[in-house]
Design a protein around this ligand. Structure first.
Ligand SMILES: N=c1c2ncn([C@@H]3O[C@H](COP(=O)(O)OP(=O)(O)OP(=O)(O)O)[C@@H](O)[C@H]3O)c2ncn1[C@@H]1O[C@H](COP(=O)(O)O)[C@@H](O)[C@H]1O
Ligand SMILES: [Mg+2]
Ligand SMILES: [Zn+2]
Length: 133
């Protein structure tokens, strides 16, 4: 896995990975990968992250079906951030966020406060996405 040696892994062996919807350019989410997550992502062609909160590999969509097909894996100039070009499956329009929104970046600074963007609605209730399991 020589390609992984080129990366500037942090002191926990992780690297941030941005998921960008290839068709729209929308930034969907930011998560983390360890070496195994990157290898799995490259092998499967679907995003596999390392969840720091759950401390295990996380195949995005494993519960929700909201998997991310990875079309390209890009690396920035100093090798410390990955950028995934993805197609977000499971719902139209795509839902990447576990809050049921298209993107995790649904909050913005407005009048000195963080407020939900009116153009970033909940597309499906989280209880409907995850409740059955
Ligand atoms: N589905 C998501 C999910 N989708 C997007 N994100 C975002 O992905 C980022 C990383 O998630 P985690 O918190 O798991 O990982 P982390 O940032 O390393 O850990 P923390 O420091 O945040 O604790 C967060 O910024 C989340 O906003 C999600 N975070 C968690 N989940 C959970 O993952 C589980 C599986 O979901 P699916 O993959 O959709 O089946 C469910 O229990 C979901 O609630
Ligand atoms: Mg987090
Ligand atoms: Zn989110």
């Amino acid at each position: 896995m020589a390609f992984a040696d080129a990366l500037a892994w942090d002191d926990k062996g992780l690297i941030p990975a941005i998921a960008q919807e290839a068709a729209t350019g929308d930034v969907l989410m930011v998560a983390w990968m360890n070496r195994e997550a990157l290898l799995q992502t490259a092998l499967r062609g679907e995003a596999v992250y390392y969840s720091r909160s759950r401390q295990r590999l996380w195949h995005k969509g494993e519960e929700s079906g909201h998997v991310q097909q990875v079309l390209d894996i890009r690396l920035d100039c100093d090798q410390d951030v990955l950028l995934l070009q993805v197609r977000q499956w499971g719902h139209t329009p795509g839902i990447a966020c576990h809050t049921g929104r298209h993107s995790c970046f649904y909050s913005h600074l407005q009048g000195g406060q963080w407020q939900d963007r009116p153009d970033a609605p909940v597309l499906k209730a989280p209880a409907q996405i995850y409740g059955a399991s």
